[in-house]
Design a protein around this ligand. Sequence first.
Ligand code: SF4
Length: 151
Amino acid sequence: MSEEPWFKDGLNFKCTGCGKCCTGTPGYVFLSPSDINALVAHFKMSEEDFFKRYIRIVDGQPALIDEPGTFSCVFLENEKCSVYESRPVQCRTFPWWIHTIQTPENWKEAAVHCEGINHPDAPLVSANEIAIQTTTYLDNLIEQNFEFDIK
Ligand code: SF4
């Protein structure tokens, strides 16, 4: 019999759009082929041009570049995501990442950096919805292991 997760009664989260997770500290937004397809369609540019303009390779995987001279995502404009509808799965599924929801302590630690976690206006997200989001995050991680034809 499988054990119930510690968040079986759900967790409170609502993104306020503060943009803090997109700036301030070093980090990487890794892209799967689906993420790249979505962004290429968003910009209506060729995949080759997209790679030249927005991609760096980290540990053999494509990741978005930062705005030069900063730790801000290259797509952050006026503290908002400028590609919100086409944003990568890594961004879309935050904070439902394995590490973040692994323990109550990890969740509390994430709340220090993200005001949307346990925000007074945040709705309760059910354990079932959390599981769906975490599975999407994991599926995307697996997809990232595809071979890329890096130009
Ligand atoms: S830090 Fe949290 S609340 Fe702020 S934009 Fe990121 S996910 Fe949303």
